[in-house]
Design a protein around this ligand. Structure first.
Ligand SMILES: Nc1ncnc2c1ncn2[C@@H]1O[C@H](COP(=O)(O)OP(=O)(O)OP(=O)(O)O)[C@@H](O)[C@H]1O
Length: 221
């Protein structure tokens, strides 16, 4: 398995340097693997994920994607091409259909299959969204269906890294397991690196590796 993402001596704090959320973080994330980041509320999981996703920069240290520092890739470039994000609140355009949401993301990120509607229908069909549903405004789909569309969006885009913040936080147990299976498929079948933040132990236990943020340190479990 190839290294995808590496943090080197990463530290972060919001207001005061004395109030570090984490310090000296040295972690490696590989392709083809599904990771869970766990930890108590307020420990800094979302903040750490936002650094991995290129939404913010570490206060100290560096993050490398495929051996290249994010500062060299450029955060906008990184966000547009290398990383794909999934959120608890789905972050889809509610007045667009699933198909339009995905085609738009593919156009922005210049995905290989850009404009290929049949390809998108095929991916959606595989994850339980038929053609008829794919043409409806996503705001009219259920939470579980919307999260499937958000995952299909990452499947149709070419980014090799997927980061997801509490992606099952709004779902019931059955949908949680189904969505988790989809993330597994993204990691194992598409050979992507998938990193999920979760506070649900039943989600974390089903990932390939758990990493706990505790007392400002990351522990590999
Ligand atoms: N923009 C901000 N400015 C200042 N402090 C912030 C900001 N965002 C988050 N924090 C603080 O940083 C700490 C970590 O927040 P973060 O959201 O990363 O934790 P978390 O582990 O994801 O929590 P939860 O599980 O409750 O979502 C919290 O104490 C939070 O109040």
């Amino acid at each position: 398995m190839e290294k995808m993402l590496k943090t080197k001596n990463v530290a972060y704090w919001y207001d005061k340097k004395e109030h570090k959320l984490f310090d000296n973080v040295n972690l490696e994330f590989k392709e083809g693997k599904l990771y869970a980041i766990i930890g108590s509320s307020g420990s800094g999981k979302t903040t750490f994920l936002s650094l991995l996703g290129g939404l913010d920069k570490p206060r100290a240290g560096t993050i490398e994607f495929q051996g290249v520092p994010l500062s060299k890739i450029g955060l906008t470039n990184y966000r547009n091409h290398d990383v794909s994000m999934v959120f608890q609140s789905y972050n889809l355009f509610p007045y667009m259909s699933a198909l339009e949401n995905i085609l738009t993301a593919m156009a922005i990120t210049k995905a290989e299959h850009v404009h290929d509607k049949d390809y998108v229908f095929e991916v959606l069909e595989k994850i339980g969204i038929n053609k008829e549903m794919a043409k409806k405004k996503v705001g009219r789909l259920s939470g579980g269906q919307q999260q499937r569309v958000a995952i299909a969006r990452t499947m149709c885009c070419d980014a090799k890294l997927v980061v997801a913040d509490e992606p099952t936080g709004n779902l019931d147990e059955q949908n949680t397991f189904e969505v988790l299976d989809l993330f597994k498929a993204v990691a194992h079948e598409q050979n992507k690196c998938v990193i999920i933040v979760t506070h649900e132990s039943m989600v974390a236990q089903r990932c390939d590796q758990q990493i706990e943020l505790k007392n400002n340190e990351f522990l590999i479990k």
